[in-house]
Write a protein that binds this ligand. Structure first.
Ligand code: COA
Length: 384
């Protein structure tokens, strides 16, 4: 039975900051941010948006009533969860009008969470023919104002519906993975912002890629010539470039040029949005699907989550995939955002809701939002 991604959707908050303006406000040469880091814009969430509302928004953009009836598994990958006990997934059952007979939970392993969810979904659908699984990557990436990581922030979510006879990407049952206890990035429960050894994290990431790629080639007797495109976890777009560059001189010049050109198409959306943490790889997939993909292409996907877990797996783009992806809506959503000033972004960054907060719906510009915090419980609403 073929299993894989049948639908894929994306949501990004409506505000963004311009990376050149951020560089100037921090007294940094803009080329460092646009060329050295590889970003153009950074999504800024509203205080009434969080991992729950972002997840609801991307899932809502792809689910039909029939899909909802067939879903038996709901997994949310996130490292910006709002509750240490209740999962982001449990909140979504109401917001998305999902039936009760669903197994739902949240997965955390830094930016690897959604891939863990995707592979679990693959197993679930393979064992339960006719059933579907909804996997959502939802995060707000925060390093703090005026930190070196500030330029690599962002927010948004990617939702994927996993089913048999998938119309977008057939997942091949081929994968290699590894875990090492590494201190490259962490966020203790008391902290709203992440701590990172950024340069060390780059080194570990590249090492995971080269190690797993060697193992993948040996295990499945393949080379780079078997793939037209490699997709990477891209918290910022320079990071994947560093991994891809390790292939220079090891593959033919033509293959290297093809991989590099396709990589540029896969990072177009990320340049506009910034870091989605666990959704980053899947935003790269969506960007590639919208901007360049061709039917029957073989893709190699590299997932990485600090701490650290990595996995390389592969998939095949399905004929007719373009009919399932709402390219116009995605591009319109990106284009119709509004730029806010760096000082407005800084003010919004500091807003914190506490027990007793009631959000005025008149000021909400999103379908799903945090409406209230009552007895420390977060209560969500949707606008129809
Ligand atoms: N023009 C063009 N490029 C420039 C430049 C300029 N004026 N000034 C610097 N650069 C380049 C540097 O050469 C470097 O490129 P390289 O990485 O290819 O060597 C890049 O810009 C970044 O410069 P650097 O001095 O290393 O920046 P930094 O000390 O501010 O750190 C990060 C950058 C990415 C390490 C930092 O933003 C960070 O820690 N981010 C968090 C990343 C993370 O934790 N990821 C983990 C999740 S997987």
């Amino acid at each position: 039975m073929d299993v894989g991604i049948d639908k894929i959707g994306f949501y990004v908050p409506k505000d963004y900051i311009d990376i050149v303006e951020l560089a100037k406000a921090r007294d940094i040469d803009p080329d460092k941010f646009t060329i050295g880091i590889g970003q153009d814009k950074q999504a800024v969430p509203q205080p009434y948006q969080d991992a729950v509302t972002l997840a609801a928004s991307s899932a809502d953009s792809i689910l039909s009533a029939d899909d909802k009836k067939d879903i038996g598994l709901l997994i949310v990958g996130t490292e910006s969860s709002v509750d240490e006990s209740k999962s982001t997934a449990a909140f979504l059952v109401d917001l998305l009008d999902l039936p009760e007979d669903i197994r739902s939970f949240e997965i955390k392993q830094a930016c690897f969470g959604a891939t863990a969810g995707l592979q679990s979904a693959y197993d679930f659908v393979s064992l339960n023919p006719g059933k579907k699984a909804l996997v959502i990557a939802s995060d707000i990436a925060r390093y703090g104002i005026k930190t070196p990581g500030e330029v690599t922030q962002g927010a948004g979510s990617v939702a994927m519906l996993i089913s048999e006879s998938p119309r977008v990407l057939k997942l091949e049952h081929k994968s290699v993975y590894m875990t090492r206890n590494v201190g490259d990035f962490w966020r203790p429960t008391f902290s709203k912002v992440a701590f990172a050894r950024g340069k060390f994290s780059n080194e570990v990431y590249v090492d995971f890629f080269t190690t797993l790629w060697d193992r993948y080639q040996a295990k499945y007797d393949v080379t780079a010539d078997d793939f037209s495109t490699m997709l990477f976890h891209i918290p910022y777009t320079k990071m994947g470039t560093k991994a891809l560059r390790t292939l220079e001189g090891k593959v033919s010049d033509e293959k290297y040029a093809e991989l590099m050109a396709n990589y540029q198409d896969s990072v177009k959306f990320s340049r506009e949005v910034g870091n989605l943490y666990t959704g980053s790889l899947y935003l790269g997939l969506l960007s590639y699907l919208v901007n360049a993909a061709k039917a029957n292409e073989n893709l190699l996907l590299f997932s990485y989550g600090s701490g650290a877990v990595g996995e390389i797996y592969s998939g095949e783009i399905q004929p007719g995939f373009e009919k399932v992806i709402d390219k116009t809506s995605l591009e319109t959503m990106l284009e119709q955002r509004q730029k806010i000033s760096i000082s407005d972004y800084e003010k919004m960054y500091e807003v914190e809701y506490h027990d007793g907060t009631i959000v005025d719906p008149a000021g909400v510009d999103a379908k799903f939002y945090l409406s209230e915090i009552k007895e420390n419980e977060r209560i969500y609403k949707k606008n129809n």
